[in-house]
Write a protein that binds this ligand. Structure first.
Ligand SMILES: [Fe+2]
Length: 232
């Protein structure tokens, strides 16, 4: 087994979990700031929490379909705990959706108590997910790295990514790219440039430009060897 302290193994969780943590943090902060009596503010906040709920539901479904069977195939029972936690997360997502529907049924001027209850429920969901993702990035990766080669892990990861709908892919890029490291961003975009239609790559760059700092943008353009004007 390789020395995982100094040799980077293929980590299929790393960047998507950075995106998820950022999305969770932003949705939770928005819910904490929200003036629930303001129809526009509460509408925006509920849309952000719904987007998060949908993203989390699809993310865990993809892990169930591609990652857990791979673990169970070579190390039986190792994915059982996370599979059970996913069942709990699905129930928590449904509770959040129910709470949001109840808030929407109320007149904005009486939404505050229910809105604050949603904020607390979302905080526990985010807390549970942070612990869950840590377990996946440590214990799960240890199992995957001990039982699969990097080439095999890349193939499993690629099968998962290929199963995403265009909307799921757009959403994943929206949250992964601005919250990944420079190196991870270059790798993701380099892969996209080589495999996706030029229009998809250009649209992704256009989306990203407004989401990262000018310094990070310049560094990215340089690394991808793009003309700033052409990528604008
Ligand atoms: Fe998971």
């Amino acid at each position: 087994m390789q020395n995982t302290t100094t040799t980077a193994r293929h980590n299929m969780y790393a960047v998507i979990h950075k995106g998820l943590r950022a999305m969770m943090g932003e949705a939770l902060s928005a819910a904490g700031r929200c003036d629930w009596s303001d129809a526009a503010d509460s509408g925006r906040t509920l849309a952000a929490v719904r987007e998060l709920a949908d993203f989390c539901a699809s993310h865990l479904a993809h892990e169930n379909e591609f990652v857990h069977p791979a673990m169970e195939a070579r190390a039986p029972t190792t994915a059982m705990a996370a599979t059970q936690e996913h069942v709990e997360h699905v129930a928590a997502i449904e509770r959040l959706r129910t709470q949001m529907a109840l808030i929407e049924a109320l007149d904005p001027c009486v939404r505050t108590v229910a809105g604050e209850a949603l904020y607390r429920e979302l905080a526990t969901f985010v807390g549970d997910n942070f612990l869950h993702m840590h377990d996946e990035e440590t214990r799960h990766n240890a199992v995957l790295w001990a039982t699969y080669s990097d080439a095999e892990l890349q193939a499993i990861h690629q099968a998962l990514v290929s199963s995403l709908s265009p909307d799921e892919m757009r959403q994943a890029m929206r949250w992964m790219l601005p919250n990944a490291s420079h190196q991870e961003r270059v790798e993701l975009l380099g892969g996209m440039r080589g495999n996706a239609p030029a229009a998809v790559f250009d649209a992704t760059m256009g989306m990203l430009r407004g989401l990262i700092s000018a310094a990070d943008w310049q560094k990215l353009i340089l690394a991808l060897q793009l003309e700033t004007a052409a990528a604008a």
